[in-house]
Design a protein around this ligand. Structure first.
Ligand code: PMP
Length: 395
């Protein structure tokens, strides 16, 4: 069969191949970006489901508006306001996970050959999705404070990209958080160079002790003109449940209108039932309590993972210390500090019954083969200690 040319731009990710091995019995996985199912507020979601199906079955089981279920748009607007972002319900659309928001941005903004700047490393599915639309992707270096803004500015000047994609808070895979000063500068650069900045923010609520700096969206009110150059993707996946598939997109009106048009041809609308469940859940005043448990649990797991890594692997591994999110980004230091080969290490680790994701696929180009990503979200503390012990064996 002759498939579309655009498929030549992408390949099945190395990570998917690795995930096939995760079914092995007894394996401890630090590989996925999955929230711990034990932390889902199933009781609250069941109550919300019952309520919407009892009191409002017609509309929630019917076709709905492409822009989203209006009570949820209002609920998200209020939720965002609580985080310092003023967004009217009409200023956002509901999407089928934030993954769809990224796809709609790709579809509406990227023509074959267009340049896009991302962090190096960044979320693999975004690289793949933008490549499907023919993007030429350029990586901007990051450090513990997020993307290096001087280098980013120079890359923008040089390449005049169609857009810049950033995960400013608790990045996937980097765990890094962009400093407040850098956030301000990015908004100013967006306005000055008239470059669309896409802020992907699924992890911002998952902080351990201290809230991160305000999102670019929240800060944009203080930088005249920046709202015209900013899109923001949000999601219930990491704070409530990824299976509900509910996210949202905030964007300038023309971009939002085009994204809505494309969504219409794609899935018509996000499930009304799961949207209504989310909307009702937001009115139940359970989210704060749910999030408090998630934050506390992930903070404890991150602490245990850091301690275990230091104890069991010592100088063989260097890693960041995230202040939230779900990931450690690490580097195998190897002999002479040259770095050892993480993909080989991943195979040996699977043999020992533990899995992680090698870092290379998260780079759009020039991958650092000594890097890897470890998720501390899914496994409990005992499994983390056991798994890191197995990693040490593999090493
Ligand atoms: N962006 C980032 C950075 C992610 O890590 C993920 C999920 N792992 C997504 C977007 C997509 O999430 P969802 O579609 O479930 O909202």
């Amino acid at each position: 069969m002759q498939f579309a040319d655009r498929l030549k731009n992408v390949e099945t990710s190395a990570i998917r191949e690795l995930f096939k091995l995760l079914g092995k019995p007894g394996i401890i996985s630090f590989a996925g970006g999955f929230p711990d199912p034990a932390l889902f507020d199933a009781e609250g979601i069941a109550q919300a489901s019952q309520a919407v199906l009892t009191h409002n079955p017609g509309p929630v089981l019917q076709y709905g508006a492409t822009e989203g279920y209006q009570p949820l748009r209002e609920g998200i607007s209020t939720f965002m306001e609580g985080k310092g972002s003023s967004v009217r319900p009409e200023g956002l659309i509901v999407t089928t996970g934030s993954q769809q928001a990224l796809d709609l941005i790709g579809k509406t903004m990227i023509s074959p050959g267009d340049k896009v700047i991302v962090e190096a490393p960044t979320f693999l599915a975004t690289i793949q999705c933008f490549r499907l639309y023919g993007a030429h992707i350029i990586g901007a270096p990051i450090d513990a404070d997020g993307v290096d803004v001087d280098k980013l500015e120079a890359l923008i000047e040089e390449h005049k990209p169609k857009l810049v994609y950033l995960i400013p808070t608790f990045g996937n895979p980097s765990g890094a958080t962009l400093s407040l000063a850098r956030r301000q500068r990015i908004l100013e650069i967006a306005v000055r160079t008239q470059t669309l900045v896409v802020e992907d923010d699924p992890y911002g609520e998952l902080y351990f002790d201290q809230a991160p700096p305000p999102s670019l969206l929240a800060l944009s009110d203080g930088v005249p003109g920046s709202r015209d150059w900013l899109a923001h993707c949000g999601s219930f996946s990491k704070i409530l449940s990824p299976g509900l598939r509910v996210g949202w997109l905030v964007a300038p009106p023309a971009l939002l209108a085009n994204a809505t048009m494309c969504k219409q041809f794609s899935d018509a609308h996000t499930s009304n039932l799961t949207q209504a469940i989310c909307a009702h859940y937001l009115t139940m005043n359970r989210l704060d309590a749910t999030l408090a448990v998630v934050r506390r649990t992930y903070a404890e797991r991150a602490r245990v993972m850091a301690e275990s890594l230091r104890r069991e692997l010592g100088d063989a591994i260097a890693f960041n210390q995230p202040r939230g999110g779900m990931f450690f980004w690490a580097r195998l230091t190897g002999a002479n500090g040259k770095g050892s080969h993480a993909p080989d290490f991943a195979k040996r680790a699977i043999d020992q019954g533990v899995a992680f994701v090698p870092g290379a696929p998260f780079f759009a180009h020039d991958p650092d083969l000594s890097t890897l990503r470890l998720s501390f979200a899914t496994a409990d503390v005992a499994k983390i200690e056991e798994g890191i012990g197995r990693l040490a064996q593999a090493l």
